[in-house]
Ligand binder design. Structure first.
Ligand code: SAM
Ligand code: SF4
Ligand code: F3S
Length: 457
């Protein structure tokens, strides 16, 4: 049945009463963006939204599978929601997102969690009206975990923010890093059409959005499947030409594909943020090889040196995995060496989590959990010192900051992100949220920098 007819049918079933929906997304920004599309479709069906699951008539948990603890958390929440269903038998509960794409998880949900009414795969968002219609028709369990090629281009979106927008430019991943579940749950790389992306960004800028975050598991391979129509640097240049006062960010960049052309483009496009998230994962060549990352620490450092030859203070951040199977003391020391050498402004570090179905899950691992925990603490301690030291370079500078919220640490203060993706805290009124302000930096801490507003832009 056509989606618009289904939507009409669902509206009629609700009999003019607007059902309340609770949608919670876990994991990365791509998943949050999918959550915004799920909300958009629910909005079309006449739903209103609540942040309190106890009030909800429809609950959708949009899940992440990247680490075991992410999955455990969702199972914990699903377990605790059983009570809600007992109190309100008409409650509809569904699970979407990356967990559903693993057949053993979909099976476990069906068998062990009868409170769940439907399961919807990562590319099946447009099936939501059908799945809800099945539930309203009394079907006890429905699932659509098929892989679809269309990108839910037509799905409406209810965005979380009125000034920061995520724009997926591609879906899936072809890299098959040996530890990672993403290629199995998100499928192969598919790039959106350049014209669709450009018109979406133009519309967002016209609507007043100030930050555009381009998303993909490896944005550097954007366009590889478009027959040479457009590469990622070319897309950045096109977006940079759009009139308006806004900043373009992107993530993630795989270091094996971070070309000089990309770096030159960042420097030449004034709207592109002067920050690069370049996940290194490990400083050890042996570990990088076993991770199938397809670069060496030396090659990675060549890219860093090229960036820093253009701007010695250029802001870099990274992802790191601690305790990959059989990571030795020497391997871990090599990771410490690379963070000391690169001096990242920030790192996102994770203890390795075994993901069933991946190549690394079959690797022997003699490193005990206690050692992994100790390594993580040491890594974080060293990075704290690096961040504290490296943030001092901003003191005395005036930085352009997009104010994005009220500080939870200091009354009367706002926080925002600088062009370099650094958290900035400054005194200010909440009416400035969503605007660019110039902040004169007076202090640095190990998690943020602090300053005074100089002039409003
Ligand atoms: N595509 C991005 C890239 O390659 O940088 C990252 C995507 S992944 C969702 C985000 C981060 O999670 C990775 O960079 C990696 O550090 C971490 N990660 C992925 N699989 C993991 C695992 N099995 N255990 C621990 N961390 C993992
Ligand atoms: Fe996972 Fe590697 Fe793909 Fe990133 S590039 S999503 S880490 S497989
Ligand atoms: Fe993102 Fe987690 Fe899926 S990190 S792509 S939501 S496995």
């Amino acid at each position: 049945m056509d989606n618009s007819l289904l939507i009409e049918k669902i509206r009629n079933k609700f009999d003019g009463v607007s059902p309340k929906a609770y949608v919670r997304s876990f994991g990365c920004q791509l998943n949050t963006s999918d959550g915004e599309k799920i909300k958009g479709l629910l909005g079309e069906m006449g739903c209103s939204f609540t942040n309190d699951e106890k009030e909800a008539d429809i609950i959708i948990l949009n899940t992440c599978a990247v680490r075991e603890n992410a999955e455990d958390r969702v199972f914990g929440i699903v377990g605790s929601m059983k009570k809600l269903k007992e109190l309100k038998p008409s409650l509809i509960m569904g699970i979407s997102g990356c967990m559903t794409a693993q057949s053993h998880i979909a099976e476990k949900i069906k068998k062990s969690y009868p409170q769940i009414d439907f399961v919807m795969g990562t590319s099946a968002i447009n099936s939501l009206p059908q799945l809800l219609s099945d539930c309203l028709d009394g079907k006890s369990f429905s699932a659509d975990i098929s892989e679809y090629d269309d990108f839910s281009e037509t799905a409406p979106q209810i965005r979380e923010s009125t000034f920061k927008a995520s724009v997926p430019i591609m879906f899936g991943c072809d890299n098959f890093c040996t530890y990672c579940i993403v290629p199995y749950v998100r499928g192969r790389e598919r790039s959106r059409k350049p014209d669709d992306i450009i018109s979406e960004v133009r519309q967002l800028v016209n609507d007043g959005y100030k930050e555009i975050m381009l998303l993909g598991q490896n944005v550097n391979s954007y366009g590889n499947d478009l027959g040479g129509e457009m590469s990622f640097p070319q897309l950045l240049r096109k977006l940079n030409e759009i009139d308006g006062d806004f900043i373009i960010r992107f993530m993630s960049s795989h270091p094996k594909d971070a070309s000089k052309e990309l770096i030159d483009t960042i420097f030449e496009c004034e709207k592109v943020a002067k920050h690069l998230h370049l996940p290194v994962q490990s400083g050890s060549n042996d570990v990088l090889d076993r991770m199938n990352r397809r670069y060496t620490a030396e090659k990675y450092l060549e890219t860093v040196d090229y960036i820093r030859s253009k701007d010695s203070g250029f802001s870099l951040t990274t992802d790191l995995i601690v305790g990959f199977p059989n990571e030795s003391d020497e391997d871990f020391e090599a990771t410490l060496d690379i963070i000391k050498r690169v001096k990242y402004d920030n790192i996102y570090s994770f203890i390795y989590s075994k993901r069933s179905g991946t190549v690394a899950a079959e690797m022997e691992d003699f490193t005990d959990e206690k050692t992994k925990g100790q390594r993580m603490r040491r890594l974080l301690e060293i990075q704290r010192e690096i961040t504290t030291e490296s943030y001092r370079r901003f003191v005395g500078r005036t930085m352009r900051v997009l104010a994005d919220g009220v500080s939870s640490k200091r009354e009367g203060y706002l926080t925002g992100k600088s062009n370099e993706f650094i958290i900035v805290e400054f005194e200010g009124d909440s009416s400035l949220i969503g605007q660019f302000v110039d902040v004169e930096i007076t202090d640095s801490m190990n998690w943020a920098i602090r300053g005074k507003i100089k002039a409003k832009k």
